[in-house]
Design a protein around this ligand. Structure first.
Ligand code: DAK
Length: 263
């Protein structure tokens, strides 16, 4: 692949968007490679992913303005659909995806980070939806995910004004969970991914599905979503081993790490 690096370390995978000439901006080729990378993740062995950008300046500086500038209405819709399909794939991917935002996260960059489950960032990160300044609306889910993550009022302010916010403000409004010095960011993301990977994989996947699917429906339906996924855990070896170990009288065994299995 030309623009994506994918590495695995034990049970986690690290996807790096690598297009330094354009600050990792997303053109059709990059979007295609991101999709292909996710399609090829070995879900039998990998339990969490980290998504980051190459270099120490930019996570993703948006959709590629050069490529977009000459689009017709139909092409614009097609480009928007391509991005949205890839971002939705990330959002609904069976295992958790952590965005390690290591610099600019503007437009499509902010949007791809919001399609991940969790965002952490470096101190030099900058978030924003500058689209109205370019004569367009956020087109890769920004109008939908930003209000869901930080609340309607703040999201409308950021989108209408096209103001960028720095890492500390992103943390204050809940767009990111934590801020790290640049050189510590990737390790922090990997550490979080490894913590996730140590837990029962089927239960973790069920949690992601329960949270995502539950947020799309009213509370009565959401509770049913949770009940079904909760019930499904009782058909797993992980549940038997996890609870069995807890109930063991033998202290040694009780504290033993459960050898969680995949489906
Ligand atoms: N696209 C293409 N190239 C970009 C780019 C981008 N978004 N961002 C940066 N680059 C390129 C620059 O053109 C420059 O290339 P060369 O001139 O060296 O060839 C190189 O990266 C370095 O950038 P700068 O020289 O500008 O670096 P600075 O440090 O001075 O500034 C910056 C960094 C990130 C502040 C600045 O580059 C910048 O403002 N970039 C644009 C940021 C932005 O506005 N991003 C949002 C793009 S709009 C839709 C689908 C999706 C979207 C909308 C609609 N549908 C079709 C429905 C999404 C839209 C967006 O994401």
């Amino acid at each position: 692949m030309e623009f994506i690096t994918y590495e695995t370390e034990g049970q986690i995978g690290i996807i790096t968007i690598n297009r330094p000439k354009a600050l990792n901006a997303l053109n059709s080729a990059v979007l295609g490679e991101i999709e292909e990378t996710f399609d090829n993740v070995d879900l039998d062995n990998i339990r969490a992913l980290v998504l980051t950008g190459a270099g120490d300046k930019s996570f993703v500086a948006g959709a590629d303005i050069g490529e977009m500038s000459t689009l017709t209405k139909a092409e614009g819709e097609a480009f928007g659909k391509k991005g949205n399909d890839v971002f939705r794939k990330i959002e609904t991917f069976p295992i958790p995806v952590i965005a390690a935002v290591n610099g600019f996260a503007l437009g499509g960059g902010c949007e791809i980070s919001m399609s991940c489950d969790i965002r952490i960032c470096s101190e030099n990160a900058l978030f924003g939806q500058p689209e109205v300044g370019l004569g367009i609306t956020p087109g890769f889910g920004g109008t939908q995910r930003l209000p869901r993550i930080i609340g309607v009022g703040k999201a409308k302010e950021l989108i209408y004004t096209s103001f960028n916010i720095k890492a500390d403000e992103a943390y204050r409004v809940g767009l990111v969970n934590a801020v790290y010095p640049q050189e510590e960011l990737l390790d922090a993301a990997k550490k979080m991914a490894n913590k996730i990977a140590k837990n029962a994989p089927i239960a973790v996947r069920a949690c992601k599905k329960a949270i995502n699917d539950g947020l799309d429906v009213d509370m009565d339906q959401a509770i049913v979503v949770e009940e079904k996924l909760f019930g499904s855990c009782f058909e797993t070896e992980d549940q038997k081993a996890g609870m069995g170990n807890f109930l063991e009288k033998d202290k040694e065994k009780k504290l033993k790490v459960v050898p969680f299995k995949n489906a």
